[in-house]
Design a protein around this ligand. Structure first.
Ligand SMILES: NC(=O)c1ccc[n+]([C@@H]2O[C@H](COP(=O)([O-])OP(=O)(O)OC[C@H]3O[C@@H](n4cnc5c(N)ncnc54)[C@H](O)[C@@H]3O)[C@@H](O)[C@H]2O)c1
Length: 275
């Protein structure tokens, strides 16, 4: 018996990192998966996004669990593109119960020196892209009439301010209000909506030179060890970086019946970082 037997889940940003981890774990708990990522470029992101091969690998890992998967190359900024994949996924897999709006980007710049495109890309993907993903998918949960669960990936950045991340933090804070309004709107249909707020996670978003420089601006050529010295101090528990699977545990809890009366909440997964 899996925690998600018979369910279908839609996961954005599933090509790698946390999204892949959520999708594969959900499959191992019995869910079929609709997984999207994008091969489009977002010009202001200082590290490569996932590739088509990454998403194919996620699909392979899901199929290895014995579950079915429908994948699509869709940019969360493109409502029609996302809606088409979800439509196809629901037609193939028969229903939709769970949505995890996880896709996101990260760039850094001082607030008053940031270009308009750095600001706008981040809002477009991290805030508007989440709304578009939910608009494209949640109506399928409603149509099923069985209730369901939505998890939105926000960040510890909504609680703990870091210089050079105003655009990212503003988008992630916007997600909390989006979540709260939707939790209220969807409660009568027994659809729960929550946000998760991870501290630093060991994914390609953070394991790159731009992130190392964000955390160690005083060093000429900071590397991973320099980066981890700082991230370890951000956390109270003795850990420098969380792994994607550490976030998946909480996301799985929220989408499962174990959390059937949890809605409208912000779940910190921050190793005590907000203390
Ligand atoms: N890594 C961290 O330290 C950290 C901390 C807190 C929150 N987060 C959030 O967690 C989520 C997952 O990030 P991750 O850590 O797995 O990093 P990641 O970069 O490995 O994963 C993000 C995924 O989103 C995809 N994506 C980006 N833009 C997209 C778009 N326009 N359309 C569709 N897909 C798109 C990327 O291709 C990638 O596969 C993000 O929302 C991120 O902001 C990350």
């Amino acid at each position: 018996m899996g925690k998600l037997d018979g369910k279908v889940a839609f996961v954005t940003g599933a090509g790698r990192g946390q999204g892949r981890s959520h999708a594969v774990r959900f499959a191992s708990e019995g869910a079929d998966i609709i997984a999207i990522d994008t091969t489009a470029t977002v010009g202001t992101v200082p590290y490569p996004l996932a590739t088509a091969e990454d998403l194919a690998e996620t699909a392979r890992l899901i199929e290895k669990t014995g579950r079915r998967v429908v994948t699509g190359d869709a940019d969360v900024r493109d409502y029609a593109g996302v809606a088409a994949v979800v439509e196809q996924g629901v037609a193939t897999l028969g229903r939709l119960d769970i949505v995890v709006a996880n896709a996101g980007i990260c760039s850094t710049a001082p607030t008053l020196e940031m270009s308009e495109s750095v600001w706008q890309d981040t809002i477009d993907v991290n805030l508007t892209g989440v709304w578009k993903s939910l608009k494209a998918s949640v109506p399928h949960i409603i149509a099923g009439g069985r209730g369901g669960s939505v998890v939105i990936t926000s960040s510890l950045a909504t609680v703990l301010a870091h210089e050079n991340t105003a655009h990212y933090a503003a988008a992630k804070a916007g997600l909390v209000s989006l979540m709260q309004v939707m939790a209220k709107e969807l409660a009568p249909q027994n659809i729960r909506v929550n946000t998760v707020h991870p501290t630093t996670v060991a994914t390609d978003m953070m394991l790159n030179e731009a992130a190392y420089r964000l955390f160690r601006p005083e060093l000429e050529n900071p590397g991973r060890a320099d980066f981890e010295e700082v991230t370890a101090k951000l956390n109270r528990l003795p850990v420098a970086l969380l792994e994607p699977e550490d976030i998946t545990g909480t996301v799985l809890h929220l989408v499962s019946d174990d959390a059937k009366f949890i809605t409208g909440t912000t779940q910190l997964i921050d190793a005590g970082g907000a203390l």
